[in-house]
Design a protein around this ligand. Structure first.
Ligand code: SF4
Length: 446
């Protein structure tokens, strides 16, 4: 069970030395209990206390990194059942299954589709994150040959080797074993042999159980065999079972700190019908899956699932923001228009998109308003005449433009006079209220 602030306090040095950045040990203990501080901040904590507190303060869902390099996937670390309680930490990964019974050219083509699946949405790169290589043939040689193809064609993409045959797993590991893969398929009858392969290759072990009871027994067994990193599959395949089992797993981990189920979940969603598959997959995205396995790469399905994932894993307490700076749109010259807006991602992408549509090269000054949209930022006192004047002055943009003119959003037309007062020598022009009127507005300026 998680420790209370007072229980944690009893284990701290109680010197109130402030080295942790908190005024007292009790204040630090309270932050630790709320998971808003980490134990490393106290340099004087005893080894014994470290052991007790380390276990108690570990996230209830074990943090695990799958794959290596730029495309590595972080999983686990979740601490809540509901996103509005805090936030969901690590977005689920999408993986596409490639059976080793396919012809080499088909495997290569699917691998390339995974590599090319990346899209840019509201400033984030979204993609199919991993490949599940399934030993459908049952043949160790075929799995090894397939692992070789996938490793060559999908360089850097994390791989899940899906087999119940430890010899086949060992053979496939020769090609992907150095990239922190998942070895999925450990069950009640092969667990020792599969754990040995995972341990030897520093792979994450995927547990394939039949129900939650067997799952708990298997994870305990695997831990006793020296493998700490696991992903777990309760055996659920129907949407209703997936929601039920995933919820029971997350609840046991988060509410009861039940360690045998405190691991990232893998769900297999493959269906004959793509629409059906997307619907079932969406239940996993919404309810606690860390890896969602699909049967194919299809742009329409990707877009729907990527969008859902992005929305669910956006921190509800932190608006999406872009960096404060003056962005060039097209290739602006000294006489090109200069717009200003706030740094709420959606505002930036809509405004910059409309300027792009107008085909008039421009500059867009994006001001840090803590991710608020124009009207909200103005109402909150973050998009004011003085702050706008300060930002424009400090940006140094004045040196790059021929005529000192700033186009402000129509919604804050009321600010035009006061900005002119604060920015002597500048002309303030009121632009359209809605971004979609920007192309027409620019046309009228000639
Ligand atoms: S650094 Fe440690 S001993 Fe010092 S105040 Fe913080 S918790 Fe207490």
């Amino acid at each position: 069970m998680a420790l209370s602030g007072v229980e944690i306090f009893k284990l701290l040095p109680k010197t109130n030395c402030k080295k942790c950045g908190h005024p007292t040990c009790l204040a630090f203990a309270m932050k630790l209990a709320q998971r808003q501080a980490t134990l490393e901040s106290c340099p004087d904590v005893s080894e014994e206390a470290k052991k007790i507190l380390g276990e108690a303060s570990a996230p209830p869902v074990r943090p695990i990194t799958f794959g290596a390099g730029d495309k590595a996937v972080k999983m686990g670390e979740e601490t809540v059942l509901f996103r509005h309680d805090k936030k969901f930490v690590n977005p689920c990964a999408f993986a596409v299954e490639i059976p080793d019974t396919l012809a080499e050219a088909e495997m290569a083509s699917l691998s390339e589709q995974v590599v090319q699946s990346e899209i840019d949405r509201v400033g984030q790169k979204l993609r199919i994150d991993a490949i599940v290589l399934t030993n459908a043939s049952g043949d160790a040689g075929k799995l090894e040959a397939a692992a070789k193809v996938v490793a060559a064609k999908a360089t850097g993409v994390p791989v899940i080797i899906n087999t119940t045959n430890a010899q086949a797993a060992e053979a496939a590991m020769k090609h992907v074993g150095d990239k922190r893969p998942i070895l999925y398929g450990a069950n009640a009858s092969n667990v020792e042999a599969m754990a040995a392969v995972a341990k030897a290759n520093k792979a994450i072990l995927g547990i394939a159980a039949n129900g939650l009871e067997e799952l708990s027994t298997l994870t305990e067994k695997v831990k006793s065999l020296g493998v700490e990193d696991m992903v777990i599959d309760s055996g659920a395949r129907k949407a209703k079972e997936i929601i039920e089992n995933n919820t029971l797993i997350r609840r046991a981990a988060v509410k009861k700190n039940f360690k045998p189920l405190g691991y990232p979940i893998i769900n297999f969603m493959q269906r004959e019908d793509g629409l059906h598959e997307a619907l079932v997959a969406s239940t996993g995205v919404a309810k606690y899956a860390s890896i969602v396995v699909l049967s194919s790469v299809e742009k329409w399905k990707n877009l729907a699932l990527f969008t859902l994932r992005q929305n669910i894993y956006t921190d509800p307490q932190v608006p999406m923001q872009v960096e404060q700076k003056v962005y060039n749109i097209g290739d602006p010259k000294a006489g090109s228009p200069l717009f200003i807006t706030t740094n709420f991602s959606l505002t930036y992408f809509i405004v910059s998109g409309e300027i792009e549509n107008s085909k008039v090269a421009s500059r867009l000054a994006v001001m840090d308003c803590e991710g608020l949209s124009v009207l909200t930022a103005w109402a909150a006192g973050k998009f004011t005449a003085s702050k706008i004047a300060q930002f424009i002055t400090e940006s140094g943009i004045e040196k790059e433009i021929a005529e000192k003119e700033l186009i402000i959003p129509g919604y804050v037309a009321i600010l035009s006079g006061s900005i002119e007062d604060k920015l002597p020598g500048w002309k303030i022009t009121v632009g359209p209220r809605e971004a979609n009127a920007i192309p027409a507005f620019l046309k009228t300026r000639g």
